[in-house]
Design a protein around this ligand. Structure first.
Ligand code: SF4
Ligand code: SF4
Length: 189
């Protein structure tokens, strides 16, 4: 195809680059500062992670491995993040139950040449187990997260109730008692 007119837009960009410098950075000879919304290496934040594994379920490459196992007579969940197969898509951060259990950073240069095992990180979460059959129910931190939202409804499950009773009193759900107006009930009776 014949171009009838000079490519003015490209010419303008070339002139801008000559007078104001190139768009590209001088990395690796100079440090590179990614854009504000750049998606780089993700990190777990243990205190804000409940261990629900939603991030692992949405990860398109299977970069988040979930292992439930017994350790020191406790059932624990290990969440292992494999940076070597992570594509920094951000789906884990988007779907995180607490919105801050896993967050992408701006790190982009973390390749290794020898041992891929260096490109993993992991966190552990302890499970609440059934008092009768000892089967795992859900991670304790996920339970606590739910408990704060469910309030007294958590008492509908015996195992969760017993787990609640092991918590300090100030962390137990508050029970709201409905006030009955005796005068109004007498009128309607
Ligand atoms: S950023 Fe994407 S690929 Fe990487 S761990 Fe999260 S969901 Fe998986
Ligand atoms: S709280 Fe967030 S980071 Fe933790 S397991 Fe659930 S989805 Fe993943």
């Amino acid at each position: 195809m014949r171009i009838r007119y000079p490519k003015l837009r490209e010419l303008k960009e070339a002139l801008k680059a000559i007078f104001f410098g190139p768009y590209t950075s001088g990395y690796p000879h100079q440090p590179h500062h990614p854009a504000e919304r750049f998606r780089g290496r993700p990190y777990f934040y243990k205190d804000d992670c409940t261990g629900c594994a939603a991030c692992a379920n949405v990860c398109p490459t299977g970069a988040i491995e979930v292992k439930d196992e017994i350790k020191n007579n406790k059932v624990i969940r290990r969440l292992i993040l494999h940076w070597d197969i992570c594509i920094c898509c951000g789906q884990c951060q988007l779907s995180c139950l607490t919105q801050k259990g896993i967050l992408l950073s701006q790190e982009f240069a973390y390749a290794v040449t020898e041992n891929r095992q260096q490109l993993t990180t992991e966190i552990e979460k302890e499970f609440v187990c059934c008092e009768c059959c000892a089967k795992e129910i859900l991670p304790a931190d996920q339970y606590n997260w739910l408990r704060e939202r469910l309030g007294p409804l958590v008492f509908s499950n015996t195992s969760l109730l017993l787990f609640s009773l092991k918590l300090p009193v100030w962390r137990l759900p508050k029970i709201r008692v409905k006030k009955v107006n005796k005068n109004s009930s007498a009128k309607t009776a």
